[in-house]
Design a protein around this ligand. Structure first.
Ligand code: XMP
Length: 312
């Protein structure tokens, strides 16, 4: 059983000891993990923690501003850094899932954080890697974008800074408990998981600005309609294959959206939620209505394993 009070005291002390009288950069995405790290780092370092949110062009509708507003209420200043062009340039022409993840890792850690850390004189980056990220990466299932030491990568030598990962022994359920104990609002510590590579993990094939815009619109519908289910995670995926459809009595060789909704406790295994058929029909109706170019909507009924939660 996790003692959240002791956990918080231990890691606040650990961050303070590591950073000493220096500065640290904190990588906030707005997900549960990086939000909890932000609160821990803020307690440990106060104004010596500089919290940045990288707008990579792959986030959900309105996400950067929403996250900044929530943290401002908590007394934490968040800088939004616009790196959209760099991310789309790095993703251009890439279709292979692992190459896509590698391009995102390099852009985040080498280019964008590398620059921010150098310019600020900080020696540390705080980030919210959790045990599940490490497990799947080490098992060779999926290279999570934020795992280094366990792959034999030395961040100091590769990127020019040390990485602090206070949540590395926790899984999602533990992270949520710590978040609650740290005073995060319930809409933050109960947020559904969202991957570091963001919507790029939800387009099969190339992540162009147009294709990301399509999956973003579908995500808005899916999150609106499935928020009340209490499911572990729900998402929309844009497929690469086209299918024949029709709109206004004309042939439209259109795109396909797959909806996934998962029951799980820690993301290691998961099963599709038994959604009522009425709700599935409403999902189809609103996605076809709101997302241009989409003529097909499917619901995933496979379990993890052998499926994974995200598509890429
Ligand atoms: P998969 O797709 O491997 O995902 O079943 C398991 C959980 O991890 C999330 N996920 C990621 N999180 N970086 C992250 O921080 C990543 O690269 C990444 N890929 C997947 C996913 O949303 C699910 O909750």
């Amino acid at each position: 059983e996790l003692d959240t009070g002791k956990f918080i005291a231990d890691y606040v002390a650990e961050i303070r000891n590591a950073v000493a009288d220096g500065l640290a950069i904190n990588a906030l995405s707005g997900g549960v993990d990086s939000s909890v790290v932000t609160m821990l780092g803020h307690r440990a370092l106060g104004p010596r923690l500089r919290t940045v949110l990288i707008e990579n062009g792959l986030m959900r509708e309105g996400e950067p501003e929403r996250v900044r507003a929530i943290f401002e209420q908590l007394g934490v200043k968040v800088e939004i850094i616009d790196a959209r062009e760099e991310f789309f340039a790095a993703l251009k022409g890439i279709t292979d899932p692992e190459e896509k993840r590698e391009a995102i890792t390099q852009t985040f850690y080498k280019k964008v954080f590398g620059r921010i850390v150098r310019e600020s004189g900080a020696k540390f980056l705080l980030q919210g890697t959790i045990l599940t990220d490490v497990d799947e990466t080490v098992a060779g299932i999926k290279r999570q974008h934020n795992v280094f030491a366990q792959l034999g990568i030395d961040p100091q030598a590769t990127f020019g800074y040390e990485i602090l990962e206070p949540l590395i022994r926790l899984r999602k359920d533990g992270v949520r408990k710590v978040g609650q104990a740290l005073g995060l609002p319930v809409e933050m510590f109960k947020r559904i998981p969202f991957p570091g590579p963001a919507l790029a993990a939800r387009v099969i094939g190339e992540a162009t600005p147009e294709r990301i815009a399509t999956v973003r619109q579908a995500t808005t519908v899916v999150e609106r309609l499935l928020a009340g289910t209490g499911a572990f995670q729900y998402l929309a995926i844009l497929h690469q294959d086209r299918v024949t459809g029709m709109r206004q009595n004309r042939r439209e060789f259109g795109q396909q959206i797959e909806v996934r909704c998962w029951d799980s406790t820690d993301a290691r295994v998961a099963a599709p939620t038994r959604l009522p058929f009425d709700l599935l029909e409403q999902l189809a109706h609103e996605i076809l209505r709101d997302v241009p170019g989409v003529v097909s909507v499917t619901y995933n009924i496979a379990t993890k394993p052998p499926s994974t939660i995200e598509a890429v």
